[in-house]
Every structure is written in structure tokens, then in C-alpha cells.
Design a binder for this molecule. Structure first.
Ligand code: NAD
Length: 311
């Protein structure tokens, strides 16, 4: 049992990571400014500080709580927002992360696990994408993720902080926000449960690698607990799912007869993406346990229960 600080612990992924840490008897400190996270997501057994990671008060919080490790998930997580406002994206994602890492260095915090993204690869040159694939980010968001990975390498080499970057594929599951620029699964489920047509941008043949959030939380904990020489891992299933097929699967599970609307393709959208998860399997002994159908069913149940609560 140890004390772990989780930045972004009120968010979609962060709240599942916190739940798992608490289940495994760790003390958890959540640091979140609630800009997109929700207070009700935070596990009752965690200590919560409403703090922006860019605020100098962050250092005071970390000094007071003195965690052994940090799981860094707080971010401006929207690609679209990063295109509209790259300065804000860089401020939160890069400057905020450097402030956090400087505090870790000064306070002798030994380990940092970071939420990066497969977005750093840009348009894949081959599939499945492994960790050796060239890094060619095509959004300010992906540039910020790559930049922080580089800073983590620097802090690891120069200041001896054990830093691990996890490049998440497309994460889905309970608590994902279906509004704004959310994961496509949350958006589709929300529309279908409201008996409204969902929009598929383009022809629906674009593919993604969907990983269930509870499986991903397990990967984050393994990265925290295990010592490895590798400092970057892809976290995905290794399976490629077309968006149109995904929609049809969801339609079947919720027993809907609604056909989607086909909208304009999104400019610059990557056509195909799925990762090679062999390195994380070998080094961290992580395997995704939830197949897509079971994960979708669990996610739909959560959306249904939320809908009932709202009535
Ligand atoms: N969801 C995905 O498919 C996906 C894929 C790749 C990478 N990621 C990364 O995983 C992490 C978590 O993403 P998520 O999907 O849970 O998003 P989210 O928006 O639900 O979580 C982000 C959390 O960070 C908090 N936050 C934002 N700016 C902050 C700041 N300046 N100070 C303190 N807290 C701040 C938000 O309030 C929120 O609780 C992010 O770093 C994101 O870039 C997510």
C-alpha cells in the first residue's frame, strides 16, 4: 500500500484509475480543477484537491501530501479545442506537466505514469502501429503529448524519476461524457438511447482500436507497480473496428432500428488505426480482458442507469 496522487482523477479515465487504486488499498490524492471532470466521479475514499496543475499551489499540495508516485492524467483532452486554441492546449498540457514534474523532482517523488496518446503517431505508415513507429503528430494536442513524453525522458535520465508514458488508443466505458468532443461510443449510445439518429462522419469505413476503461486502468496500475527499462507502451487491444460496424453492434444491443446519418468526412481524420500491444503484454503482463461486445454492454447499462436517475 502506498500513497498515489492522481491528476485528472475526477475525469472519465482518472476516476476508474482511482477506483482501482482504492480497491487495491492505496491512499489516493485526487488533483483536478473540474474543468471537464465531475465531483460525483471521485471515489469517497480519496482525498480531493480542486487545483489547476498550472497553479503554483500544486506544489504545496504535493508537499503536504507527500505521495510516493503520481499518475498524470489531467489534460486539455480535446483535439478540436487544441486546433482552435493551441496556446491554451500547450499551457495546460505542456507547461502544467512541467510544473508537475518540477514539483516531483524537488519533492523526490519517485515515479510518474503519464497518459499519452496514439495520436502522437499521426497517419500510420504501417499497421498495427508499434512503439517504434515514427512520431508525426498532426494536431497541437498530439504535439503536446509528444513534448511531455520527451520531458519525461529528460526527468528520467537527468533527475532519476522513473517515468512511463502510456499511449492510449480509443478508450470507452462508463462515465465517458457524451457531449462535446467525446468518444464515438459514448456519442452513439447517447443518441440511440434517446431514439435519435447518430451521425457517422464519412463512409464509416474508418477504423479504431477501442479499449475498455477498466482494462486500461489495470494497465496504468501495472505500469505504476512494475519496474521496467521501457518507458513507452501502447495500450490498446490490437483489434481494428470500423465505425460503421461499431454503430451496427450498438444498434443491435440496444435493439434499435435507427439508421445513421452519413455526414461530411472530418478533414485530416486518420483513416485506420490499431496498435500492436505486444510490448505491454511482454513487459507488464497486461492483456485486455473485456471483449468489445461485453464492454459495450457494460457501457450501455451505465448510460441506461444514468438516464433513469435523471428521470
Ligand atoms: N479518452 C481517450 O480515449 C484518451 C485517449 C488517449 C489519451 N487520453 C488522455 O487520458 C487522459 C484522461 O482523459 P479522459 O478521457 O479521462 O478526459 P477527461 O476530460 O474526462 O479527464 C481529464 C481530467 O483532467 C482535468 N483537468 C483538465 N485540465 C486540468 C488542469 N489544468 N488542472 C487540473 N485538472 C485538469 C479535468 O477536469 C478532467 O477531470 C488525458 O490526458 C487524455 O489526453 C485519453
Amino acid at each position: 500500500m502506498s500513497k498515489i496522487a492522481v491528476t485528472g482523477g475526477a475525469g472519465f479515465i482518472g476516476s476508474h484509475v482511482v477506483d482501482r487504486l482504492i480497491k487495491e488499498n492505496h491512499d489516493v490524492v485526487v488533483i483536478d480543477d473540474l474543468s471537464s471532470g465531475r465531483k460525483e466521479n471521485i471515489n469517497d475514499n480519496a482525498v480531493f484537491y480542486e487545483v489547476n496543475i498550472c497553479d503554483p499551489y500544486l506544489r504545496e499540495v504535493l508537499g503536504k501530501e507527500s505521495p510516493e508516485s503520481v499518475i498524470h492524467l489531467a489534460a486539455q483532452a480535446s483535439v478540436r479545442n487544441s486546433l482552435a486554441n493551441p496556446r491554451f492546449d500547450a499551457h495546460t498540457n505542456i507547461i502544467g506537466s512541467i510544473s508537475l514534474l518540477e514539483s516531483c523532482k524537488d519533492l523526490c517523488i519517485g515515479k510518474v505514469v503519464y497518459a499519452s496518446s496514439v495520436g502522437v503517431y499521426g497517419e500510420p505508415q504501417y499497421l498495427p502501429v508499434d512503439e517504434m513507429h515514427p512520431i508525426k503528430p498532426i494536431s497541437p494536442y498530439a504535439v503536446s503529448k509528444q513534448t511531455v513524453e520527451n520531458y519525461l525522458y529528460y526527468y528520467k535520465k537527468t533527475h532519476n524519476i522513473d517515468c512511463v508514458s502510456l499511449r492510449f488508443a480509443n478508450v470507452y466505458g462508463p462515465r465517458q461524457d457524451p457531449n462535446g468532443e467525446a468518444g464515438v461510443i459514448a456519442v452513439f449510445i447517447n443518441r440511440l438511447l434517446q431514439d435519435q439518429k447518430a451521425v457517422i462522419n464519412g463512409d464509416g469505413g474508418q477504423t479504431r482500436d477501442f479499449v475498455f476503461v477498466e482494462d486500461l486502468a489495470k494497465a496504468v496500475l501495472l505500469a505504476l507497480e512494475k519496474n521496467t527499462e521501457c518507458n513507452v507502451f501502447n495500450i490498446g487491444t490490437g483489434s481494428e473496428v470500423a465505425i460503421e460496424k461499431l454503430y451496427n453492434n450498438l444498434k443491435k444491443i440496444v435493439d434499435s432500428s435507427l439508421f445513421p446519418i452519413y455526414g461530411e468526412p472530418i478533414g485530416g481524420e486518420i483513416r485506420r488505426m490499431y496498435v500492436n500491444p505486444e510490448l505491454v503484454k511482454k513487459e507488464l503482463e497486461w492483456m485486455p480482458e473485456t471483449d468489445l461486445k461485453s464492454g459495450l454492454k457494460k457501457t450501455i447499462s451505465w448510460f441506461r442507469s444514468r438516464k433513469k436517475e435523471a428521470i
